[in-house]
Design a protein around this ligand. Structure first.
Ligand code: MIC
Ligand code: SF4
Length: 701
């Protein structure tokens, strides 16, 4: 049986473990990336581990998230990151140079390599035929120091692409279709691999859109083969020398993949699996209505795809644009690491040229990188956008992470981004459709949701084909290369007062008495746990940031007008009383971002365990890294028997962490008990036994 591309690259990088699905493996990391919102912690932890120099082929520290600079915090972070990255031998991409994933794709990504990034959209690099994985900053810090990255050997979900995209239909529509089939749930420990005749027609940036938003599937990463399109892109970036062709063997076998779904509640998903997958089998429903849906691989005919959009609050809330046509739109924002490449924005400029943005719409455009922005400035496209009424925003994450451009209440905002979690825009109760640049610009002109394919008949706009440039403009002036070691030794690391050393974890007591500080439902994202937006500036200051854990669930006042205690108040009260805190959650707890603050801040507040129906991969690893015990209900209906404020007791945590598969949790308040799975890979057991990854690494285990 032939090998998948995923397994070929993993095999080349394997340093520990056996490459069979489900096994824990350690892989060598060639490149790392950090961004400023996670990077300060990553570098502070790197310093705490006393790692003097990075040991990778390239480690790049980007500044792209925190650039609004209200107060000194952001600039303090920039100065710290610039000085510390130079001190330890990392590249530093200065604010203004662009979004980490876009710039990394342009200047560093290479086929066959591995990349670990402290950002969940690191899988963007998969569009270049590399295994690129998002992780917490502490894992990335270890990799910067030359340590292996540990993950589960994945099940590989094959996605066969056939045919060719029609005009106005794009890479965004491919990934939205895939989200409608696989959804955001139940894909943990899988990697997606694209193959088939349709792949050859997709330019590298189009592939990057698919792999970028593949993060929303909850898979570890997604990967495309490296071929002539890859070569063309690399040559245009002046990096043709790193090109190597790589692909799966012709007889590689994908699947079978099984998803556990509710026959009625997930009827639409099951229908999509039947329609878009090979060899589908559906079991009889069990007593709770759940079925096992098994399939071989996904098959998408590009020529049959149509423009799609996904409506908040979840990226898998997918529908066709044709079904939404006519809804009034008041804001359109084009940008983010998903859709801000040169070709994306040139298409937008070509459609806008000589026209005006609809008077009821505000249009914002954030180019993905300085390279994109400069080229569009030089070729006149920027002037076309400005003349049409577009507002040019900085090259950075900006509105994607709630840094400005929040929409008005009760209006629809169309965005080309990858996440539409409730409130992420900065507006409570927001209504966001995530769409392609084609669909976004169509609405910007018409003031309502419009199928871009209708632009030709309605406004006489012919589809502008935008070829990949033969040469991109190459100017790495804002990308500071690491100095040589002797110069590095003389560099003083700049630490403003808002850069606060993060706390280390503690070993769990053998008998854990704890209180349920909060009980939350399914699909709680890291944006719920640790909000970003205007609070992003506290990332380097855990005690300050921790005040806002689960802020979205804090009701400010009770009926008598008294301030209600926040999550932080309640957790700290338990901590002061010598009682641990527990979070109880439903399915897919911690989906979304890689932000380790969603574990680090709860740890600081005294949270010792999370009990959930399921926990997403990156967040589960972050919990372990920060000494929080991740448990999964053996019987999901036990979730219903617990309430906030219940007192729990877990005896024998030491043994559970060392070797047990399950542990008994006693609900002292309800006088009941239930079993939980101990969600720990072998190496994670050691990390937890040492009180978290920082202590574990310091001990050199
Ligand atoms: C995001 O898109 O949510 C972020 C902001 O880029 C995060 C990282 C962070 O929280 O700093 C991510 O995707 O990992
Ligand atoms: Fe930045 Fe948004 Fe991409 Fe996250 S998803 S890296 S916030 S552009």
């Amino acid at each position: 049986m032939g090998k998948t591309l995923v397994y070929k690259i993993l095999e080349d990088h394997l340093v520990e473990g056996q490459l069979t699905p489900g096994n824990e493996i350690g892989i060598r990391i060639d490149q790392t990336l950090t961004q400023d919102a996670t990077g300060t912690t990553a570098f502070l932890l790197l310093e705490a581990m006393e790692i003097p120099q990075v040991a990778t082929e390239a480690s790049v520290s980007y500044v792209d998230h925190n650039m609004s600079q209200f107060g000194p915090e952001n600039h303090n972070d920039h100065l710290y990151l610039q000085s510390v990255s130079r001190k330890v031998g990392a590249y530093h991409s200065r604010p203004g140079n662009g979004i980490c994933h876009q710039v990394h794709f342009e200047r560093f990504a290479r086929p066959g390599a591995t990349l670990l990034g402290s950002d969940s959209h690191t899988p963007t690099g998969g569009g270049m035929g590399m295994i690129s994985i998002g992780a917490g900053g502490l894992d990335v810090a270890v990799a910067m120091g030359g340590g292996a990255f540990y993950t589960q050997a994945p099940r590989v979900i094959g996605v066969e692409l056939k045919g060719q995209l029609k005009p106005w239909v794009t890479g965004k529509d491919i990934i939205l279709r895939l989200l409608s089939i696989l959804t955001t749930k139940g894909n943990v420990a899988c990697m997606v691999e694209y193959f088939g005749a349709g792949v050859a027609s997709l330019a590298a940036p189009t592939r990057a859109t698919c792999t970028n938003m593949g993060a929303e599937l909850g898979v570890t990463t997604s990967v495309f083969p490296s071929d002539e399109q890859t070569r063309a892109f690399l040559e245009a970036q002046g990096r043709g020398d790193v090109y190597v062709p790589i692909a799966a063997d012709a007889d590689a076998v994908y699947g079978p993949i099984t998803k556990h779904l509710h026959a009625e509640q997930n009827a639409a998903t099951i229908e999509n699996i039947r329609k878009f997958c090979s060899d589908v089998q559906v079991s009889q429903p069990d007593t709770t209505g759940m079925v096992d849906v098994t399939f071989g691989h996904v098959v998408i005919d590009l020529s049959e795809l149509e423009p799609m959009g996904t409506l908040s609050p979840s990226p898998d809330n997918v529908r066709t644009i044709a079904d939404e046509v006519g809804k009034p739109v008041r804001q359109v924002v084009i940008g983010s690491c998903t859709n801000s490449s040169f070709q994306d924005l040139m298409l937008v400029a070509a459609v806008l040229k000589g026209r005006r943005v609809h008077p009821d719409v505000e249009l914002g455009i954030a180019p993905g990188s300085k390279q994109v922005l400069t080229m569009m400035g030089e070729n006149g496209a920027l002037a076309d956008i400005i003349a049409a009424g577009g507002r040019i925003l900085e090259s950075g994450c900006g509105p994607c992470i709630g840094q400005g451009f929040s929409p008005a209440e009760n209006t629809i905002s169309l965005r080309t981004f990858n996440r539409n979690f409730a409130g992420r825009t900065g507006t409570k109760g927001d209504t966001v459709y995530l769409v392609s640049p084609e669909t976004a610009v169509a609405a910007a002109l018409t003031g309502e949701i419009t199928d871009p394919r209708d632009l030709t008949t309605k406004l006489g706009i012919e589809y502008p084909t935008i070829p990949l440039p033969e040469k991109f403009l190459i100017d790495d002036g804002m990308l500071q290369a690491p100095p040589d070691e002797s110069e590095a030794a003389g560099i003083e690391v700049v630490r403003g007062s808002t850069i606060v050393k993060p706390p280390a974890g503690e070993v769990l007591p053998d008998e854990l008495s704890a209180k349920v500080v909060i009980k939350v439902e399914d699909k709680i994202t890291t944006d719920h746990i640790m909000p970003a937006g205007s609070l992003l500036k506290y990332r380097s200051n855990v005690p300050e940031y921790a005040k806002y854990v689960f802020d979205c669930f804090t009701e400010d006042e009770d009926e008598e007008g008294n301030r209600k205690p926040s999550f932080a108040d309640r957790a700290l009260a338990c901590k002061a009383a010598g009682v641990g805190g527990v979070i109880v959650a439903g399915e897919s707890y911690g989906q979304g971002s890689s932000r380790e603050h969603a574990a680090l801040c709860p740890m600081y507040l005294g949270i010792r365990a999370v009990i959930a129906k399921s926990i997403e991969r990156i967040h589960q690893a972050n919990l372990v890294n920060f000494a929080i015990l991740p448990l999964a209900f053996c019987n999901p209906s036990d979730y219903d028997t617990i309430d906030a404020e219940d007192e729990l007791k877990i005896s024998g945590t030491g043994e559970a962490i060392a070797s047990a598969d399950t542990v008994t949790v006693e609900n002292v308040t309800k006088k009941t008990s239930f079993e939980c799975k101990v969600m720990l890979a072998p190496r994670q057991r050691k990390i937890l036994a040492n009180g978290g990854l920082l202590n574990h690494t310091r001990k050199g285990v």
